[in-house]
Design a protein around this ligand. Structure first.
Ligand SMILES: [Zn+2]
Length: 282
């Protein structure tokens, strides 16, 4: 089956496939003032292990091609709406960065700052996190029009980075959690995410998971955990409404239309989760 058919079979509202031009992405149905989605592999300009829509400058790909991939995505969103993509240095921590200043020089410094979640209420800023197996989250508050994007690996999950982003949206933008929509993009699934027993033990100590065992499996080959279900449980406990938590259910390891760090033995590109409030030219 070709990748488009495969995706379309699995996708349901609020996600749809956009592959009209530039990097293919899973578009999120959001208010008209907001652009959001999860990019995939097809539709870019990179070659070899990075083919084709690699969005990261940090993985050994040619800089000019990454720039071209990013430009094609921004142009698709409307060239005047988002002059730049803002990403931080992802370190598997729980630091959230709130962006309230759209001065280009300050935005440029964010690329050198350690953070795994970015939050803003400023129009014209496209926030992004990059993943290739880790779980990307996009958060959209429809009332206050604040947005966030989060990079969640097992270490970030252990430190509750997703909940930290929700707390940041409440604190900095008075977001009412009941109105917060959360979208979970493609990530390594419990089918493929093998971990050591020490990782399972760490999560066993989380009060939220105590006495439950539906978030991991023990098979003959080892232990497997379900990042997505743990993340979902954490966010629902933090007040996110069940009807407002949306997941795409695509395993990056199982599907070669996604980059997968583990499947591709670390030499691979990155997908981008992006969200932004459109600028004045809209
Ligand atoms: Zn899988």
């Amino acid at each position: 089956m070709n990748w488009k058919k495969e995706i379309e079979l699995n996708l349901k509202y609020p996600f749809s496939l956009d592959n009209k031009s530039g990097p293919a992405y899973l578009k999120i149905a959001a208010p008209s003032s907001i652009t959001a989605g999860f990019t995939l592999r097809p539709g870019g300009f990179s070659h070899g292990s990075f083919a084709s829509a690699n969005m990261s400058f940090q993985v050994g790909d040619q800089e000019a091609l990454v720039t071209k991939n990013r430009r094609a995505l921004l142009d698709g969103a409307g060239p005047d709406l988002f002059p730049a993509l803002v990403t931080a240095r992802q370190v598997h921590g729980n630091r959230c960065l709130t962006i309230v200043d759209s001065d280009p020089e300050k935005l440029g410094q964010i690329a050198l700052t350690d953070a795994d979640a970015l939050l803003t209420d400023q129009p014209g800023i496209l926030l992004g996190v990059m993943t290739a197996d880790c779980l990307p989250l996009i958060m959209i508050d429809q009332e206050q029009r604040a947005v966030a994007v989060v990079h969640v690996g097992w270490r970030g999950l252990d430190q509750s980075i997703g909940v930290a982003a929700v707390t940041g949206l409440k604190r900095d933008f008075a977001v009412d959690v009941e109105n917060l929509q959360v979208f979970a993009g493609p990530a390594i699934g419990s089918c493929c995410f093998q971990v050591g027993i020490e990782v399972v033990d760490r999560f066993r100590r989380h009060p939220l998971l105590e006495g439950t065992d539906d978030w991991y499996q023990e098979r003959t080959s080892g232990y497997y955990i379900d990042l997505l279900s743990i993340q979902r449980a954490q966010l629902l406990a933090a007040g996110v409404a069940e009807k407002n938590f949306h997941q795409v259910d695509i395993c990056t390891f199982c599907n070669d239309f996604c980059f997968s760090y583990r499947r591709d033995h670390a030499i691979t590109g990155r997908q981008l989760a992006f969200v932004g409030i459109k600028g004045k030219n809209n």
